[in-house]
Design a protein around this ligand. Sequence first.
Ligand SMILES: CC(C)(COP(=O)(O)OP(=O)(O)OC[C@H]1O[C@@H](n2cnc3c(N)ncnc32)[C@H](O)[C@@H]1OP(=O)(O)O)[C@@H](O)C(=O)NCCC(=O)NCCS
Length: 188
Amino acid sequence: MLKGSLVNLRAVEPDDYRLLWRWVNDPEVMVYWGRPGNTESLLETARQEERDAARGTSRKYIVETHQALPIGQIDYYDLNWQARSAWTSIMIADPQYWGGGYGTDSMRTLLTYLFTQMGLHRVSLSAHVTNTRAIRSYEKNGFKVEGTLREWAFFNGEWVDGVMMSVLESDFHELASKGATAPTNREA
Ligand SMILES: CC(C)(COP(=O)(O)OP(=O)(O)OC[C@H]1O[C@@H](n2cnc3c(N)ncnc32)[C@H](O)[C@@H]1OP(=O)(O)O)[C@@H](O)C(=O)NCCC(=O)NCCS
């Protein structure tokens, strides 16, 4: 388990598949993933999770409050050992927890592990340009905008640009040295 200030990140268990399935079928949540009409069966979710886990280049965590309430998921994927890089994505699936610092703390907890335990150099992500809450949250962990992905997604009948962001280990450590992050998490 990775311990953060507001959340813990723990491994996904088969018992969680139903929860993950519920989240990826929730229209309110999926709007922010650019897939508002997403319809996925429990079997599809379970198979996808097992395929991803078997690939060995990704890992998904359940985001839990310190009271062990599951509120979302976060992962790294496309891990590349030679380039010491990976991609990441996050979903705080319970809207009650949006804007409460949980997403920023989840990402900070994961980045701390990736940079200080796994020795990664770079972590990348992409977001809809309209997802200003997500972009702000990423910037708080040192992510920088690298460019615009033109007409990246077809969303509610319109083309929407994407934004490419990345954080380097130096960006993250610089924030930590200013006290803006707290890289004290441990894998328990
Ligand atoms: C994106 C997400 C992970 C952010 O986590 P969160 O816990 O909601 O965000 P936080 O409270 O940690 O931080 C949000 C920051 O954005 C600011 N913010 C909130 N709403 C905003 C908005 N509409 N526009 C701009 N900034 C906004 C907050 O004030 C806060 O910044 P501050 O601390 O400087 O004031 C979470 O909202 C989420 O998972 N949403 C649904 C799925 C999603 O969008 N996933 C990301 C896909 S790229």
